[in-house]
Design a protein around this ligand. Structure first.
Ligand code: HEC
Length: 145
């Protein structure tokens, strides 16, 4: 009986390498926020953030906190976004906000028709990434001048 030839073996290794290639851009992506905290700060009030992250914080607490809770820690009917933002890449984040998302926990409406949100996807992303990377503690940050 013939085993798999070198060509097939090469093809298999290419297929096996694919998932890595797909997730690489998400981790290699540049940090979308600037956060400067006082030493050992446990509250966002002791941190300063760039304008985009600050607008993200503000937008989040106007439109998202009602479900995902203050500081994005999650509620009984919407997931904590600290963990979730580590699990999804940016393309999926944008798609879920645009189209809405239905999962095991519940249903999120689409945001693509709400200009107060759909113009601020990047800022929301910066804020949520700063939170999920563990760089920005809970609480209202100040703005870097
Ligand atoms: C009406 C309640 C509600 C509001 C308001 C809401 N969400 Fe959600 N969100 C949910 C639910 C429910 C899920 C999906 C939970 C699940 O996986 O079953 C979700 C999921 C998500 C996800 C993960 C999507 C994925 O692909 O896994 C992100 C990111 C997210 N929300 C961000 C936001 C942001 C940013 C806002 C504010 C613009 C927001 N949400 C407002 C309820 C809400």
């Amino acid at each position: 009986m013939r085993g798999i030839g070198p060509r097939a073996a090469l093809w298999l290794s290419v297929v096996a390498a694919l998932p890595l290639a797909v997730t690489a851009p998400a981790t290699a992506e540049k940090q979308p926020y600037t956060v400067q905290c006082e030493t050992a700060a446990t509250s966002g009030t002791h941190c300063k953030v760039d304008k985009a992250t600050y607008i993200g914080w503000r937008t989040y607490h106007a439109f998202c906190h009602v479900c995902h809770a203050q500081d994005a820690v999650g509620s009984t009917f919407a997931p904590g976004l600290l963990e979730r933002m580590r699990e999804i890449d940016k393309a999926r984040y944008l798609q879920s906000l645009n189209e809405g998302y239905t999962g095991q926990i519940g249903v999120m409406p689409a945001w693509k028709d709400n200009p107060n949100v759909n113009k601020r996807y990047e800022q929301l992303y910066a804020y949520l990434r700063a939170r999920s990377d563990g760089v920005l503690p809970p609480g209202r940050p100040k703005r870097l001048q």
